[in-house]
Design a protein around this ligand. Structure first.
Ligand SMILES: [Zn+2]
Length: 309
């Protein structure tokens, strides 16, 4: 059944691209920006592990960047938030900015390599407490065949507040096994991060300190999760952006106000599609999540704003 459904979906996506639907949808969007949200990039020759939708093979990532170059002007995140094209745009193409969440080793090595090859700018939102080999719970507890248990995911985000030590307790109660992950699917090393930042068009921002569901935290803990990475970012000087992406895309008005009070200039969601410039709400800026497994035509339709998740 799933096979037939996927086949039909791909057929419809192909038809929509071939009929010019994506090109039509991109037109009149020269004032808008599509901010893409990626997670990990899997080095060529390695197998995807963990929560599969977050781990995109290097070859697919490279093909997506090539496609993006044909349809969009790729700009920095700062430009995406601060510039308006004004009355005489240089190009009538829509703009796109590239972001990554979490700070996976694969992203900071082969992901950055593909960006350098094309001279494209990008920003990584890092969770500092996972640097130097930390494993993310959604990868550790993902079964190689069936993926991550949906009840575990739901309880991890509510009862365990998205925090790894509490998820470990939950998983052990459910007798779930921890899976060992290769280095590319864990937090990058500090030296990989510094090496990535040698690329002049690469910038770094925050993804909280320990990746909680911010909306479930009491005020004091919420403030700590936001201020600590902001202080940590200072060492990267002009390459650091005082911006935060909310873990799991989860936030509410209290969280967004806390981000503003902590000193951030912008806060990012994980979905929603097109962003206007300047954004309507600087602390609830939409992005477009690009999961692994999206077909080539599916990517064209998503970046044209026709598929929002
Ligand atoms: Zn994340």
């Amino acid at each position: 059944m799933t096979f037939i459904r996927n086949g039909l979906k791909r057929l419809l996506e192909t038809a929509l691209v071939a009929s010019g639907g994506a090109a039509r949808a991109r037109r009149h969007r020269s004032e808008n920006v599509m901010i893409l949200a990626y997670h990990n990039i899997v080095p060529a020759g390695s197998h995807a592990v963990g929560d599969r939708s977050l781990h995109l093979p290097q070859r697919e990532f490279a093909a997506q960047l090539d496609r993006l170059q044909q349809t969009h002007d790729v700009i920095t995140l700062n430009e995406a938030l601060n510039s308006s094209r004004g009355v005489s745009p240089v190009s009538d193409r829509p703009r796109a900015a590239i972001t990554f969440d979490d700070g996976y080793a694969g992203t900071l090595t082969v992901g950055v390599k593909e960006l350098i090859a094309r001279g494209m700018p990008a920003t990584v939102f890092v969770t500092p407490s996972f640097l130097d080999g930390g494993s993310f719970w959604w990868d550790t507890y993902a079964d190689p065949v069936t993926g991550l248990d949906s009840t575990l995911r739901q309880k991890a985000l509510s009862d365990s507040r998205g925090l790894a030590p509490a998820v470990d307790v939950l998983a052990s109660d459910r007798k779930l096994r921890k899976h060992e992950l290769p280095a590319f699917a864990r937090g990058a090393s500090t030296s990989e991060l510094h090496a990535a930042l040698e690329y002049e068009h690469f910038t770094i921002a925050a993804h909280t300190w320990s990746h909680p569901n911010l909306a479930t935290l009491p005020d004091v803990k919420l403030a700590m999760e936001l201020t600590r990475p902001l202080e940590w970012l200072r060492q990267f000087r002009i390459r650091a952006l005082p911006m935060v992406s909310y873990p799991y895309g989860l936030s509410d008005a209290r969280v967004q106000n806390a981000a503003r009070d902590a000193g951030y200039t912008a806060g990012f969601l994980i979905d929603g599609g097109w962003t206007s410039t300047p954004p309507q709400d600087l602390f609830a800026i939409p992005r477009l999540n690009i999961p692994s497994g999206v077909s080539r035509h599916g990517f064209v339709l998503r970046t044209a704003g026709l598929i929002k998740r």
